[in-house]
Write a protein that binds this ligand. Structure first.
Ligand SMILES: Cc1cc2nc3c(=O)[nH]c(=O)nc-3n(C[C@H](O)[C@H](O)[C@H](O)COP(=O)(O)OP(=O)(O)OC[C@H]3O[C@@H](n4cnc5c(N)ncnc54)[C@H](O)[C@@H]3O)c2cc1C
Length: 289
């Protein structure tokens, strides 16, 4: 199959890209790593009049330390996250999550902004952005805005972006040094999208949870924030935490579905198990120390 005809442009600045988006009147599509878009073009499931290739925009590449944490440029390749020493030290769960995104080859092209914008409900980066409390920076000819990741997704592959908006960065807040990281996913094969997965971080002060960020992959039409479990965890002495009860609460916020790969019931059962086990492992570690 060949893509339907389109005009191709490759701007070199955010300003240029936003002007092109505005001028296209909604008929343009942004090309980042192309790992999802190229097959969609070839299958003619995406037929833009203009393809705006953002791979030449240096402003939206790279990992930067900021006063609030880290700003990751939207066109940063996923593989760059795996080799970033600062991220490995300060946001290890982000690095762990990205190591589960696709394959070596797809991570060499796939971008952070592409995965976050695409909004695949089982994807690691959108869920990690929701769990860690990230915000998404979007630009248009009208200016720039920040959208909390937890408010960014409307449904499968649907986000709140206007047709003329470009994601330029994902901003991750700092988490305390030595915070507890939680990541587990179940997939049929390594590199497949998760059937079910959970990602998160916990801060513990004086033996009690002082901050919790948790989100599910593959457990609903969007990445799902496990709000009830977060609220229940904060303030609890870790020695008194009932992992099964917390896992039950975390599942209560989900809306899993049946598909060719797994039933909703399978996702709920496995989700509860892996989360409870993860909590027990995390706390046992802490108690042992
Ligand atoms: C074999 C295979 C396995 C995969 N497995 C996984 C997996 O396990 N987990 C996972 O999370 N992903 C997986 N992926 C998806 C892939 O890794 C990318 O995350 C995904 O394709 C999006 O990134 P991209 O940069 O390639 O975006 P593209 O394919 O270029 O674009 C995707 C969509 O996002 C839009 N977009 C891109 N950048 C921006 C921006 N800056 N602003 C606004 N809109 C934008 C595009 O217009 C398009 O609609 C897999 C892909 C393949 C081919």
């Amino acid at each position: 199959m060949k893509p339907a005809p389109f005009d191709y442009v490759a701007p070199s600045t955010i300003k240029e890209a936003c002007t092109l988006l505005a001028e296209s009147g909604g008929g343009a599509t942004i090309l980042a790593g192309g790992q999802t878009l190229m097959p969609l073009l070839a299958l003619r499931m995406s037929q833009p009049f203009v393809l705006i290739d953002i791979n030449k925009i240096a402003e939206i590449k790279g990992v930067k330390r900021t006063s609030e944490g880290f700003a990751i440029g939207a066109a940063t390749r996923q593989c760059e996250i795996l080799t970033d020493a600062e991220l490995a030290r300060h946001l290890p769960v982000l690095v762990k999550a990205v190591s589960h995104v696709g394959h070596h080859q797809t991570r060499n092209r796939g971008t952070v902004g592409g995965s976050v914008s695409l909004g695949e409900p089982a994807a690691e980066l959108p869920a990690t952005s929701v769990a860690l409390g990230a915000s998404i920076e979007a630009h248009s000819v009208r200016g720039a805005r920040r959208i909390p990741a937890s408010e960014f997704y409307l449904g499968p592959y649907m986000n709140v972006l206007e047709p003329d908006e470009l994601v330029t960065a994902v901003h991750f807040p700092s988490w305390a040094a030595g915070h507890t990281t939680l990541f587990r996913e179940v997939a049929q094969r390594p590199g497949d999208f998760a059937l079910v997965g959970i990602v998160g971080a916990l801060e513990v002060n004086n033996g009690a949870v002082s901050r919790a960020g948790l989100a599910w992959m593959g457990m609903g039409p969007t990445p799902i924030k496990a709000r009830q479990a977060e609220q229940k965890l904060v303030g609890q002495q870790i020695a008194n935490i009932d992992a099964d009860a917390i896992a039950e609460l975390a599942i209560a916020d989900t809306a899993p579905f049946d598909d060719a790969h797994a039933s909703a019931e399978y996702r709920r059962t496995v989700g509860k198990r892996i989360f409870a086990r993860l909590l027990r492992e995390a706390f046992n570690v802490r108690q042992a120390a």
